[in-house]
Design a protein around this ligand. Sequence first.
Ligand code: COA
Ligand code: AMP
Length: 247
Amino acid sequence: MKLFSVKLRASKDGKHISGAERITPHEEINTVINQLYHRLSHKEFDSINIKIDILKEKPLLVEKTLPIVNLTFKDHKKANKTAVQIIQKQTGLSEEKIKQLIDLIHSGASPDGENMRGAMIVDLSGNRLEKDQFRGVRTTHVDYLERDKIIQKLIKKGFTERTADAIALTTKNMLHKDIIAEYCISDEPDYLTGYISTKEAYYRLTPLKEKGNKKGGRIYFIKNGADIDEIYRFLEEKPVLIKDVNM
Ligand code: COA
Ligand code: AMP
C-alpha cells in the first residue's frame, strides 16, 4: 500500500504559528487534510501551506512509544532542577553546562534571540552541532498506525492530542542509536508542561516553564562523533509508524 506524508502548517506575517503531520494511505488524504485544517483553523493565520509527499521508503514499524512518567512540581525552577539531574545522569555533562543550555532554550536559542525553527543538537562535550543555528533539525515523518485508537486511549487517561504528538516525535528520536536524551518546552506562553526523554522513558514535567514565556525549543543530546548528516536524514526522512502507546 502506498503511504503519504500530509503536512499542514499555518503562518502569519511570514512567522510559523503551528503545524502537524500525518502518515496516511491515498484514500484518506482528503479526510486528513480536513482534520488538520480543523485543528489549525481557529488560529490567527494569513497563510496555510499543505504539503503531500509519497513515502519513498517503507516505514519502520514500532511496537510501543516510550513509557510515560508524570511528574508535578511546585514551580518551573524545581522541575528544571530535576530535568538537569535526569539529563546529567544520561549525558555526563556538568550541571552547569546543562543549566546553561536549558536557559538558552528559555530565552531563545536562535542567534537572533528568537526561537529556533527546530531542535538544537548538543554532543557530550557540550558543543552545539546544528548545521544552521537558526533552523536546527526538525523531526518529521512519524505517526501512529491507528491514530484514532491511540488518541482515545490517551484521552481516557487524561492526556491530549498534543501529548500524543509529542510522544510520537520523541519516541522516533530515541530510536536513533546516537540520540540519548531530549529536553523540550513548547513555545506557547500558556502551555507549561514540558518533557525530558531518555532511551527508557518520557518524563512529563509540569510546570517546566514560566507562565507567559513565549520562548520554547528542544535540545537533542547526541553521542560524540555521531554522523550528523545521517542523524538529519533519519530525523527528517525516515518514516516511523507507532502501533501503541506504552502506559
Ligand atoms: N517552527 C518554525 N518554522 C517552521 C516550523 C516550525 N516548527 N515548521 C516549518 N517551519 C517553516 C520554516 O520556515 C521552514 O523552512 P526551514 O526548513 O528553512 O526551517 C518552512 O516552514 C518549510 O517547512 P517544511 O519543510 O514544509 O516543514 P517540515 O517538513 O519540517 O514539517 C511541520 C513542518 C510543522 C509539519 C513539522 O515540524 C511537524 O510535524 N510538527 C509537529 C510538531 C509536533 O507534533 N509537536 C508536538 C506538540 S508538543
Ligand atoms: P512545539 O512542541 O510544537 O510547541 O515546539 C516547541 C519548539 O520545538 C519549537 O519552538 C521549535 O524550536 C522546536 N520544534 C518544533 N517542531 C519541531 C520538530 N518537528 N522537530 C524538532 N523540533 C521542533
